[in-house]
Each structure stands twice: as structure tokens, then as C-alpha cells.
Design a protein around this ligand. Structure first.
Ligand code: GDP
Ligand code: GDP
Length: 438
């Protein structure tokens, strides 16, 4: 089951980031963040009156870009309309209703999605100012006066959001369908892959009203299993607006990762690994998803018998932060090794869902600690009492020890490697939790 999505849209400087941070309970603003940390802040879990939802700061409007602001807002609103269950449209009491606000309101209205109109920077408590009434002209119903800085009014606004949230989002497919997100940079070949797959296989569902959230998800059953390919960027029906702005393609990728069991990280073979790939791959890793790297357009590469191995070695280095990930060299155009890709998706899914008995884990632990003694410090030696796996997706292990501070990174890595070499766990991150027990 995936959480409902609430998107925050509005012109630059109306206070979207401030509101977003208030909602997720963090004080730092996005502007102050270093790159790479921002991802958690543009998309985050939030709870109101016991209901959880994801809140998205669609932000990303660059005031100094050549693009006119309205065009960027259009893109932002499109994303919100396409993905969100509720849209919070933020305006600014100090600016009044602007022409851009009208234009965006028109777009949002046409979508038929629930919209909550927030009028920000109403910092004084008490009677709402006269200026508030002008916002009725947007045709979006009651405006909610809020102060994102102080938090005034956000409770009433969230009540309205709460009312509009869908009750619960049922999974649209049987539990046994593996949900796959194909993520990667624009032009890596994501839509080509989906179209190839959809063209050649029996597509069971495209859009059954009321059951599918993203009607462009592609459901496939074949000899390898049952799969749902999540639509990342309108990849099935190429969206009219191409994702030139990195922010949006990254944001969409995060949303897809969130819904997926397995992430196929697609690279363009002629381009190799890029910064943007490390962002989305890193996110998939942090979220504990099974991952496969598909190196696409392999048909374009001039090769001899060493090329693939050389390429693989280079990638292993690029992906050293997720050393468990398998690589497959494919061509979405010719269909080369797409069968292998299916096998890997299935395989890594199973690895990600693997459950290892406590007995087997402790056998491995006993063997590992005899072979390499646990570290000690000032006469005190680390004792590992036992290990157990309380959950899957990703496999999560709890280790009970006498002193957590003695369980150094390198020894943890050693134990993890022992477990991996015994049980495989290929293509999946694992989590280790260390508990002290006196
Ligand atoms: P964004 O571009 O829409 O994300 O806007 P920001 O969240 O970056 O806010 C733009 C400016 O408005 C910042 O200087 C904020 O401190 C200020 N701001 C945001 N919310 C409020 C508010 O409720 N009251 C006041 N007085 N200022 C606010
Ligand atoms: P997306 O933006 O990731 O969805 O990428 P597209 O599927 O639109 O592909 C971008 C371009 O690469 C298109 O011109 C495709 O025809 C081309 N392309 C995609 N996959 C392959 C492939 O495996 N081999 C070759 N030669 N071209 C490909």
C-alpha cells in the first residue's frame, strides 16, 4: 500500500519550502541545505490526526533561469496534477492575487483534484485581514490563512487536507506482482524498454477505472513471473513536457522508487554513470529496495571480447556504495538480454524478501567470530550474543552485543560480508541494527 501524496505548489517566494519544513517538522530550509541532502526535504512523510501521507515540495523554480516563471509553474502543476491526491496551492497575502496565480488556479481546477488554497504570511493572530477575501476570486473555495513561519492556521489547513485524502490506497494488483520502477536520466531509454516489453507481452491491465492510480502502469505476466512496471515520467505515453529540469525528473524517480519493490537503474552505455544516477540509486539504496543496473543501448557500443568486463569493472567502482548490485547489458531497441533483466528482477526481489532463520544466522556468526576475533579495547572485548532477522524488504538484522561502541565499522562490514557470502542477498541492501544487552 502506498501513501497518499500531497503536493505543495505555488509561485517562488510565497513560502512553499517554509510550509513544507513546518509540515515535516524540520526547521532547516531547503536553500540552506547542501546538495544531496535536499532530497529528503523535497519529499517526506508527514502525519496529521493519525493519517500518514507523503508531502512533496514541487519547488525547483529557478528565478534566474531564462525560462519564464509561468512555464516552470506549469511544469510544477502538471507534476502535482499527475501524481498528487491533494494539492495545496500556496499564495502570498502580501502580493495579493497575481496573474500567475490565476493561471495556475485555472490549470489546477481543470484537473478535478482536491485543492486546498493556502494564503501564507498571515502572521498576526486574530481576525483575518480584508485582503484575504480577494482570494475567493481564484474560484478554489475558502482560502486558508496561514503563517508558515509561525505555524498559525496550518492546523485548519491540514484538517481540510485530511478531509480530502483518500481513505486508503489499496494496492491495485495482486500481492504477487513485483512492482518495478525503471529509473534513470532522460533519454537513457526507459520508455523504449517499457514499450518493447509492453509491445511483446500480453498487457493485462492498462486502465481499469478506479483501480489503478497511474493508469499508465504496465502490468505483465510471462514465464518469468508477474510484474507491474511503474510509470516514472509518463514513460509509457511519452509526456508532452520533456523533463529538462533535473529537479523534476529526480522527484518523479523518488516517487516511483517509493512504490517499487525493485528498481532498475538504467544507464546509457555511451554516457556511463553520472551524478544524477548516483542520486536516484542512492535513494533506492536508502529506501532498502532491490536494485539492478541495466546498461542500455549496448547495441551502440563497439566491442571485443573484453569490453563488457572492462565496463563492468568501471561500474563496480562507480557503484561501490552499493556493491551488491548486479549489472546487465541490454538493448531496449533490439531486445537483447531483456530476458536476463526479467530474471534479475525476479531474483533480486526474492533476495530482498529473504528470511533467514535465527539458527542459520547464528551458525554463520559462530563461524565468523572464531575465524576473526571480535575487536577489543582496553581489555574489553566485543561479545556478540546472537543475531536475528525481524523483517524483510530489505533484510534487517538485529545483533545483540555487550558494547555497541566496540562493534566497529570494519567488523560490521566483515560480518555483513560473511552473511552475504553465505546467503547471497544479491541485489539488495541489508540493514544492521545493534543492540546492547548487559
Ligand atoms: P518558496 O520559494 O515558495 O519555497 O518560499 P520560501 O519558503 O523560500 O520563502 C520565501 C520567503 O518568505 C522567505 O524569506 C521566508 O522566510 C518568507 N516566509 C515564508 N513563510 C512566511 C510566513 O508565514 N510569514 C512571513 N512573514 N514570511 C514568510
Ligand atoms: P527515456 O527518456 O529514458 O524514456 O528514453 P527513450 O526511451 O525516449 O530513448 C531515448 C532515445 O534513445 C530514443 O531515440 C531511443 O530510440 C533511443 N534508444 C533507447 N534505447 C535504445 C537502445 O537500446 N539502443 C539504441 N540504439 N537506441 C536506443
Amino acid at each position: 500500500m502506498s501513501l497518499p501524496i500531497v503536493a505543495v505548489v505555488g509561485r517562488p517566494n510565497v513560502g512553499k519550502s517554509t510550509l513544507f519544513n513546518k509540515l515535516i517538522g524540520q526547521r532547516l530550509s531547503i536553500v540552506e541545505d547542501t546538495p544531496g541532502v535536499t532530497r529528503d526535504r523535497i519529499y517526506s512523510k508527514c502525519e496529521w490526526r493519525g493519517k500518514e501521507f507523503m508531502v512533496v515540495d514541487t519547488g525547483g523554480i529557478e528565478p534566474d533561469s531564462n525560462d519564464v516563471i509561468l512555464a516552470q509553474m506549469r511544469r510544477q502543476s502538471e507534476l502535482a496534477i499527475e501524481k498528487a491526491d491533494v494539492i495545496v496551492f500556496v499564495t502570498d497575502i502580501r502580493c495579493g492575487v497575481t496573474a500567475d496565480d490565476y493561471a495556475v488556479a485555472q490549470m489546477l481546477l481543470k484537473s478535478g483534484k482536491p485543492i486546498v488554497l493556502a494564503v501564507n504570511k498571515v502572521d498576526n493572530l486574530g481576525e483575518p485581514p480584508m485582503e484575504l477575501y480577494e482570494f475567493y476570486n481564484l474560484g478554489l473555495g475558502d482560502p486558508y490563512p496561514i503563517s508558515s513561519v509561525h505555524g498559525h492556521g496550518t492546523g485548519d489547513m491540514l484538517d481540510k487536507v485530511y478531509e480530502s485524502l483518500p481513505d486508503c490506497k489499496e494496492t491495485e494488483y495482486d500481492e504477487d506482482h513485483i512492482k518495478v520502477a525503471v529509473i534513470g536520466k532522460p533519454n537513457a531509454g526507459k520508455s523504449s524498454l517499457i514499450n518493447k516489453i509492453a509491445g511483446e507481452e500480453r498487457v493485462i491491465v492498462s486502465d481499469i477505472a478506479g483501480t489503478t492510480r497511474d493508469s499508465t502502469d504496465t502490468v505483465i505476466e510471462n514465464e518469468f513471473g508477474k510484474f507491474v512496471f511503474i510509470d516514472t515520467a509518463g514513460i509509457r505515453k511519452k509526456s508532452k513536457v520533456t523533463e529538462k529540469v533535473e529537479h523534476y525528473s529526480v522527484l518523479r524517480a523518488y516517487m516511483a522508487v517509493d512504490r517499487a519493490d525493485v528498481c532498475v537503474i538504467m544507464l546509457d552505455a555511451s554516457e556511463g554513470f553520472t551524478e544524477q544516477d548516483s542520486k536516484v540509486a542512492g535513494y533506492a539504496h536508502e529506501q532498502g529496495k532491490a536494485c539492478v543496473v541495466a546498461v542500455n543501448k549496448w547495441d551502440l557500443i563497439e566491442k571485443d571480447d573484453k569490453t563488457m568486463q572492462e565496463y563492468r569493472t568501471k561500474l563496480e567502482n562507480d557503484f561501490s556504495f552499493m556493491s551488491y548490485v548486479p549489472f546487465v547489458f541490454i538493448s531496449a531497441k533490439t531486445g537483447q538480454r531483456i530476458n536476463k533483466l526479467y530474471e534479475l528482477i525476479k531474483y533480486t526481489y526474492e533476495q530482498n524478501s529473504m528470511r533467514i532463520s535465527t539458527g542459520m544466522l547464528n551458525d554463520v556468526l559462530a563461524y565468523a567470530t572464531t575465524r576473526v576475533q571480535p575487536p577489543s579495547d582496553k581489555g574489553r572485548r566485543l561479545k556478540i550474543y546472537y543475531m536475528t532477522q525481524p523483517s524483510t524488504k530489505p533484510p534487517t538484522f538485529v545483533t545483540f552485543v555487550n558494547r555497541a561502541d566496540l562493534f566497529h565499522f570494519s567488523y560490521r562490514r566483515y560480518i555483513e560480508n560473511q552473511i552475504r557470502s553465505t546467503f547471497g542477498l544479491e541485489g539488495t541492501p541489508v540493514r544492521f541494527i545493534v543492540r546492547e544487552r548487559g
